[in-house]
Each structure stands twice: as C-alpha cells, then as structure tokens.
Ligand binder design. Sequence first.
Ligand SMILES: [Zn+2]
Length: 428
Amino acid sequence: MIQHMRSLPLDGLGIVPNLDAKFMKDPDSLDYGLTLSQNVAADGPPLNKILENPQGSLFTFPYKDGKTRTVHLKRVLFRSHEVIGRGTIVIRVKCTCAGCGSHCNWAGKKLVLKLSFPGENRVSEQIFMDRCRELAQGEHAWVLNHLPSIYWSFDIPFRDGTPQQNFKKQYDKQYEMRIMRGSIQEELQSLTSLTTARECAQVFYDVVQCHHWVWKYPQILHRDISPGNIMVREKNGQKFGVSNDWDLAVWVNDIRDGPTSKFRTGTTPYMAHEQHFMEWKGPHRYRHDMESMFYVILLLTCLCSSLSEKLPAPPKTDYSYETWHKEGDDSLRGRKKTLLTADNWQPSTTTFFDGFSIWLSVLQLTLRSGINKLGDSRIAKASQKVIWQHPDPALLNFDEDTLGGEFSYEKIVLVMHVFEKEDLKTRM
Ligand SMILES: [Zn+2]
C-alpha cells in the first residue's frame, strides 16, 4: 500500500517536496501570514498563508502503478507546536481529478492530507491500521467506527542537497534520517464539535474501549493519548469517539523485547508521571496511556466551561492545572506525583463537566492504589536479591501493565460505563 517516490519532479519548498504554490512562480504574491507571536496568541490552529493561498496550492504525491495524484489544499486544520518531533500538519483537501465524478474512489468523501516527518524506520500508521482491519471481522467489526480511515499513504525521502542529507553526512549514525510521510484520510471532527458533557463522556469511553481492543488483539500500543488525538466521527446520525493518530504507536511485542525508541513519546501535559523522569527508559505500557487519558479528562473538565470555551480565570487550587501546558518535566513530575498520591483528592471540575467529578475521583483512587503497590513490588524484587526472605509472590509477579490489576481496563470500564447515573453505550 505504501508507495515510495523517487522519480517525481521536485519543484517545491525543500521542506514540503512536491508543493506547487503560486508564490514560487510569482514571489510578490507571497503573503507571510501571522508572525510567530501572533500565531502563539491566536486561538485554534495557526494559519499558514503559504498553504492556504487563496488561489490554492496543489500537492502531488505518488499513487498506484507509478501514477501520481494531485489534491487542492484548502485549510490547515492542525499544525503541531512541538519543536522536536514529527511536525504533523493536517490540511483539508479536495481531489483535483477531472470532474471528480463517480469514477473517482474519493468522490463524495471529506478528505484531509496529513503530512509528518518521522524517522525513516518508523512503522507507518497505515501498517498499524491495516493490521487492525484484518482482525476487525465479525464480532470485532464495531472497532472500525473508532479508528481512522486511511485511503492512501506514501513516503517521500528528502533529496540530495537538503539540510537533512548534509546533517547525515556530518553526523552519520548519530543523525536519524527523517522522511516526509503523507496520507489521505477521512476528515474527522474535533472534541469542540460536541455540545453536551454526556456526548463527551461517550467519546472518551469509546476511545478507551477501542484503545484496549487494539492493545489486546492486534497488540499495538498508541503512546500518545492527548485531546488532539481524540476525534469524533458522525455516521448515520450517531457520534463515535475515534482514537486517532497512530504515528507514535508500537507493536506490544517490540516493547517486551526492549525499548525500541530512544525517545519517550507523548504530549507533555498528558504524559504519565514516570515519563517526566530524565532516567526513565520505559517500556511504555498500557497503564501509561490510561494515565494520559486521566489527564485528558482532568484538564478539559477543570479548565473549560464547555467543549469550546476555556475558563477565563480558572480557580486557584493546590494543583493549578492551567500552567501544565507551559511547565517543564521537573515541575510536572512533582505536580502529577502529588496529585496521584494525595489523600481525599477532589477534582475542581467546572459546572458544565460536573458529571466527570466522580470518574476522576475514582480513577485517582485506583491509580493511587496501583502506584503504592508498584512501589511495594519494586521493594520486594530488590530485597529478594540482598536479604534472605520470601516476599509475597503476588508482588514478585506484579502485572506492570495494569498496576497489579488496580488500574486495569476492567476497573476503568467499571468507572466509565456510566455517566450521571445512566449507562453509556458499550460497543463490544
Ligand atoms: Zn477525484
């Protein structure tokens, strides 16, 4: 399914090969758009006047049988702010084929182009999703409502003479070559498209169910649970939570064999507390993703007065969530550890999200209990080596994925299958 492109004309910005934008032929038409400080201050995804040129930029990529396809770039829907990482951009696009009538396999579909710049050896989202599709048969077919639909995927290496190639020559093995990876996917809605707290609860519960299925059956771990990766699909008048963006995922077996990536993954405010330790070497486990889910729910429900509005002045509490987006590892590690080990902790959810208060309280209790047991199991394992004693076998065989069963999928479902005393839809 994945095509490599080496032979297409490479007339474009060095950073986005194959982009045909008007300003390249007529430099006076270049509109630089917002400055960096304006971008940071702007609400919503930053504008990109190069890609959103009113005349429309075209983007050509490799397709089947040595052919290419071209799409019209419409609007940048998402651009990551991270400095180091994949630099993902998601752009709404339209197929440019003549008339785009019934003969076109993308006719009538809402399309986005997703571009990212992963290390060249990273498994693509498409390969993970193909494996999910193979297993999502019969009683498992429900899960497809909760996964992205990828229509096409391609890789474009950087050509000679680009800064990448020069770095590689200079630093050799220390420099991980990146490629440009693109895909055409179905456009999904963000969480802001939801209107009620109950819809939001269903979307979170859907994502937890889907995430667990993918971990258990195709045995893939997501590793980047954050609000930007939780999307909504509307189908036949129903809304489904979608676990999106599997770019940082890994095969569970590869984790068991040892750490596969030099770098921890995730989005800083939502990372599990252990990941903020400089010495943390993994492995990334099921419970880390679920700890991230806890922070996603916590930050949304304590900092927002609805799904589309932030609180102008969040209440000052001992936990001060409004600064989490700006803080570094040391302070986040401390904040999270304090929260997770606190007695009688109560979330300061806003009125709109009040129904989530009980979810958060119970999830904190299960996490707290699991983290205590994790500490006990580590002491038991260490003490076994130095002194003669027989530690509790349960502590020696401690299941790290679920914190000894305290923070297991089953426990999380017990909390999340009900919202404001009414059952949510259980999908499986
Ligand atoms: Zn078409």
